[in-house]
Design a protein around this ligand. Sequence first.
Ligand code: SF4
Length: 268
Amino acid sequence: MKHIVSYSGGIGSWMTAKRVIEKYGKENVLLLFTDTLIEDEDLYRFIDETVKEMGTEYIVTSDGRTPWEVFKDVRWLGNSRVAQCSYHLKQKQAAEWIKANYSPDECILYLGIDWTEDHRRKAPTKNWAPYRVEFPMCEAPYLSKQDMLQALDETGIKRPRLYDLGFSHNNCGGMCVKGGQGHFIHLLKTFPDRYKWIEGYEKEMQQFLGQDVTILKRTKNKVQENLSLETLRKEYEAEQLEQIDLFDFGGCGCYVDGEEKALISCGG
Ligand code: SF4
């Protein structure tokens, strides 16, 4: 029996791998990383070092496209409600690899969903059937993200830098389109070049689709409106902070995305 852990570079997936290895032995575990090709450079360092430390089989698979290319192909700018990148680059990619290599009775799959996200277990459990999926981080002892980061510190391996830079997830280089206003302001302050790039990409998509699409939305006077990254940046630079929801961090909802079968996560 192979125990396949969805290994994303997030701290939750690292702790999941540790628990699965502890239970079944490293020779029976396989770490599967689905690369979006826009990850932070330090995520690759983290994966390299942790894979070496754990000594398990490790597979990298990739669709070959970035989220930005997927959005053009599906003619839809990913946003906090629907982001088809997670389906094409993570879920579908992982499903194809696993189905090509293991039958349902040859493996068990493990996702890093933790006890604070218990409600997210349903969709992958249903969608992976007849494959069996387990969620070791939903089991006691219940750990917080901070606990997991401290456990990593004890190995001597450096934390993925996005956590230390204040990002809640270590994925897509801090540019996850599921992030909220606060998340993008944090990106602007931390990685102005990345913000500039994604602001330009949003404009490019508007021209490409011939529509005023935006990654963010906000509600003003009870009316929902599109909020472009250019407008958000200008408001922030003009210190019009009362218009910005700095506490809206959004979140990677890759487990529960709409059209898509929620198979696997972008990690956290
Ligand atoms: S982390 Fe965000 S941008 Fe990256 S693939 Fe997942 S949903 Fe898409």
